[in-house]
Design a protein around this ligand. Sequence first.
Ligand code: GLN
Length: 288
Amino acid sequence: MLILHMLLNEFRNHFHSALTDHYQKSEITAFYGLLTDFYFQWPRTFFILNPQYQLNNEELQKLFFALYELKKFKPIQYITNESHFYGRSFYVDEHVLIPRPETEELVKWVLSDFKDAEDHYNVLELGTGSGCIAISLAKEQCKFNIEALEVSEAALGVAQKNALHHNVEIDFIHQDMRELEVWYKPLNIMISNPPYLQPDEKKEMLPNVLDYEPHLALFTPENEPLYFYKKIILFAQSCINSNGCLYLEINPKFEEDLLTFIKTATFKDIEVRNDIFGKNRMLKAVKS
Ligand code: GLN
């Protein structure tokens, strides 16, 4: 579509009416603010002060493209290639999950447990995706020596890009967590937000997640909700030091089964915490 000129208030009205069947009004307003800030760094008052601003061709192209993608339920983070996690900005694309606020709470848990760390700790993350967990830990706690595994080469590239941007040293390793048995050195901390959704949960999922986020990072095999947890727990049991800690993001629907399983392994002090939405979302276990 070739639109040569449009006033800002005309575009804003068009943006709202084009998305009204897709999103709530408050979301549309938030998208509009986010896009105009991201593309042009306009403060939120720009529109109020300049409703008659004549959008140029380049500006219109960017806005119309974003609008077209939003109509298809593409998450705004994949449109701008930017997401925020633990106070920092991360590059994201469709090879990695969009970082979730629940996962920030898992990071917070680790950091508060090790806030007074004097020694160095070996930390391993399984399935790092965008790298947001490993990078946030590295930025916040200089005593952590961090390694992070990822099966998807494309995701690994995203994590490396983010680590470079945030100027942290993390050893990223291209490795499938399903094939892990032993690790070459003892670990103090293991952390993971593995795939934990059941394929039959697809019917409850919104198109912005289901159609765009990588299924490799979301879903367990059919009828095996604990598939990745079992692998991780057995691996953790063999390579975490005595009194070392395992931190997991969990699927609230299978918390009981997970607890039953982890109790058969050599862990003690098992604790489950709620996320901000009140769901049992995180588990910590200490190696006996
Ligand atoms: N928290 C994600 C969701 O609900 C799932 C993340 C995962 O499978 N690890 O969409």
